[in-house]
Design a protein around this ligand. Sequence first.
Ligand SMILES: [Zn+2]
Ligand SMILES: [Zn+2]
Length: 323
Amino acid sequence: MKLAQVFEDGIRVKEVPNIALDGRKGAIVKVLGCGLCGSDIIKFDHKTVPFGTVLGHEVVAQILEIDSATDFKSGDVIVTTHHIPCGKCDYCKNGNVSMCRHFKETNIYPGGFSELVFLSEEHLQNVAYLKPENLTVEEASFYEPLSCCVRAVRRAQLLTSSEVLVLGLGSIGILMAQALNAAGMKVLGCDLLDERVEILKNFGIDAVKSVPVNFRPNAVFLTAGADKTVEIAIKIVRDGGKIIVFSSTPNSFPFANNEIYYRELTVMGSYSPDLCDMRQSLNLLQSGRVKVKGLSTVYPLEKVEQAIQDTKNAKIIKALIKV
Ligand SMILES: [Zn+2]
Ligand SMILES: [Zn+2]
């Protein structure tokens, strides 16, 4: 089987022996498509993963071999994510599922940018679902990233009809704006690039290139990954408002103590999804309440690095790697 591994000099595609169940519970799946996530790009750029790592976790795949107590069978096309919260530890009980140690330890093997992947029985039982028939592989590949957005919306605990600004309309901003819209919020998206503003408008949500002067949203969702947006968010969020941090920025900022104190701001991070968010994400995609048609650009496995460059240069919205 082919897989793409991270090395010091870049991503190399290698041929390795096929993996098999070898008596384990779970499934061997053939990857039909795997989305390239912003977190994959950061791991590659900063080489925060060991050499030899196979990136990719936004997987749509077909089951080749299975030994499982679930109803899945050979030939089924499924979507899956990679991490599973234990549901029992202190982090989980407090709703910080993505801080759960079990969550961090669980993974798909070797990774989504591989011809074949092993999914454990735990994955099949908790985070894998049949791909809805009305969704293409491209569309279904948004299951994991959308579930992360769904959780961020849930964590923010906003009153219905709150005014919300989404700063940054890459693929995540476009998903976040739609997840907020589906939750009944009044959403405005903002991005410097015309075509991204147009995409959101075409999906039926207001979007602008610069934030209107008197706009004071109840919440600002930071989905851009640019230093400047942090400053903008603190300036324009209304008193008592919430800032939801959903991307890393090149620099960390000093804690805005006095703004947060005197203006009663809430700043919260949201990273990865819980199990209920995954179910909700699939519902939103299947029902068409979140639209993703046309957002993906397909690259072969040999072009993962090209996909990374094109994503960073904003040439494309979202890359889907097909093996
Ligand atoms: Zn992802
Ligand atoms: Zn836990």
